[in-house]
Design a protein around this ligand. Structure first.
Ligand code: ADP
Ligand code: MG
Ligand code: ZN
Length: 189
């Protein structure tokens, strides 16, 4: 029997969340690759804020790479989506404005498979509102864990190692470590 989801061209939202280094980008790239093997038309988007590994691509910490369109704001996405695109993947959703939530809903309502990846919490362990809303609205949710850099246990916290107090500071191992609940130290306000 045909899968009814595919038969009716039903769209949906998938969220991949977790702390830094938990393999969110890797998982997003893996899902995109399998969609491409299935000969589906895929469009990828990334935030212009994420300049860590050069623009116009999504790259995981282990250098897995796919081409992506960099956008600054959520309202740039819908006009860029082509009609016959079946899968939309967006990395670093936590860098986007709240408008990204309705963009994802509109795409899913239009029959597209929407895969988003991003941090669920910031360096103070507070939820990112965008990710929290998408987690609540998604059909499928995946939470990845990293490895605690101090003790090797499963890690779900992002420890900022610099003194910066801004909520968004782009960095990699120079500024962040994955930590478990015991090794994570909440920074003061
Ligand atoms: P994310 O997008 O969640 O930040 P990536 O998918 O870019 O993560 O990178 C995941 C990869 O990072 C892992 O497969 C591993 O090679 C590497 N890595 C570096 N530090 C860690 C860590 N502390 N825990 C797990 N993976 C790590
Ligand atoms: Mg990532
Ligand atoms: Zn630990």
């Amino acid at each position: 029997m045909a899968n009814p989801l595919i038969y009716h061209k039903q769209g949906w939202i998938e969220v991949i969340c977790g702390c830094m280094f938990s393999g969110k980008t890797e998982e997003l790239i893996r899902r995109v690759r399998t969609a491409l093997i299935a000969k589906q038309k895929v469009q990828l988007f990334n935030s212009k804020i994420d300049t860590r590994y050069g623009i116009d691509s999504i790259i995981s910490h282990n250098q897995n790479k796919v081409a992506a369109t960099c956008v600054k704001k959520s309202d740039e996405i819908l006009p860029l989506v082509e009609k016959d695109t079946q899968v939309i993947a967006i990395d670093e959703i936590n860098f986007f404005d709240m408008g990204i939530v309705s963009v994802c809903e509109k795409l899913a309502n239009a029959g597209k498979r929407v895969i988003v990846a991003g941090l669920d919490t910031d360096y103070r362990a507070e939820p990112f509102e965008v990710t929290a809303a998408l987690l609540a609205k998604a059909e499928y949710v995946t939470k990845n864990l990293a490895v605690c850099t101090k003790c090797g246990n499963p890690a779900s916290f992002t420890q900022r190692t610099s003194k910066d107090k801004k909520r968004i500071v782009v960095g990699t191992t120079d500024a962040y470590q994955a930590r478990c609940r015991r090794c994570y130290k909440k920074p003061r306000k």
